[in-house]
Design a protein around this ligand. Structure first.
Ligand code: 6PG
Length: 225
């Protein structure tokens, strides 16, 4: 299914509409909403707006599309960003938030996270109702960076990934886990990313975010203009 591309002048509101609609459908279908939060800076206003809604957080399971290999108190931590903008402001039961333990050795953190997901979904790949992703100016998404080993992983759901461009380790969802989602929502504020977006939407694109193609799920690109 071709990606749905939405150019938005009301980025936060449109993101919230998609999230709440997917939550409504998931509650109706399975009495639970499984959402993966993306990292970086773009999602911050969306998370802050989400925190103001009265959702049934008892039925929401939060995971993270990727994490930096740092402790949860580190300014680089995606978990810390999510706490400051959302999780510290809503009545979500602690057991509903699956944190990637960035303080552990990368491989250990990845293995533990994969096992957590397999415990929640032992018979088939954990399927997010909504999986948020961002896009870097180099076309990376989650922590699937161009030229890195995680791009080729087909037999794991979560892996450690060394990113030579940044000389850092990350823990990231792999394509198999991303592709099991019902919907992947790219949140991209186009500042400085117009050129990359043009390339990503061109047919020959080989950038990591271009290879995101859930099935039977769908991809929505919400572009803040
Ligand atoms: C991360 C993210 C990463 C991010 C993009 C966009 O851990 O940094 O997972 O994939 O979504 O780099 O980041 P910005 O929203 O800050 O541009």
């Amino acid at each position: 299914m071709p990606p749905e591309i939405l150019r938005s002048h009301q980025f936060v509101q449109d993101a919230i509409s998609i999230i709440t609609e997917d939550a409504r459908k998931a509650f109706e279908a399975r009495n639970e909403f499984r959402i993966a939060l993306s990292g970086g800076s773009t999602p911050k206003p969306v998370f802050e707006a989400l925190a103001k809604l009265s959702l049934d957080w008892n039925r929401i399971i939060v995971t993270f599309s990727d994490e930096r290999c740092v402790p949860p108190t580190d300014e680089q931590s995606n978990y810390l960003m999510a706490c400051r903008t959302l999780l510290d402001h809503v009545p979500i039961p602690p057991q509903n938030v699956l944190r990637i333990k960035g303080e552990l050795a990368p491989a250990e953190a990845a293995r533990e996270y994969e096992n957590n997901l397999k415990e929640l979904s032992p018979n088939h790949i954990y399927s997010h109702d909504l999986l948020l992703l961002g896009m870097g100016a180099d076309g990376h998404t989650a922590s699937l960076f161009p030229g890195t080993s995680a791009l080729k992983v087909a037999d794991c759901l979560v892996v450690e990934n060394y990113v030579p461009q940044l000389d850092v380790w990350r823990v990231t969802f792999t394509y198999p886990l991303i592709h099991a989602a019902q919907r992947v929502l790219f949140l991209v504020s186009s500042q400085g990313k117009d050129e990359m977006l043009k390339q990503v939407f061109s047919t020959q694109s080989d950038y990591p975010c271009s290879h995101v193609s859930p099935s039977p799920g769908k991809v929505t690109w919400l572009l803040g203009v």
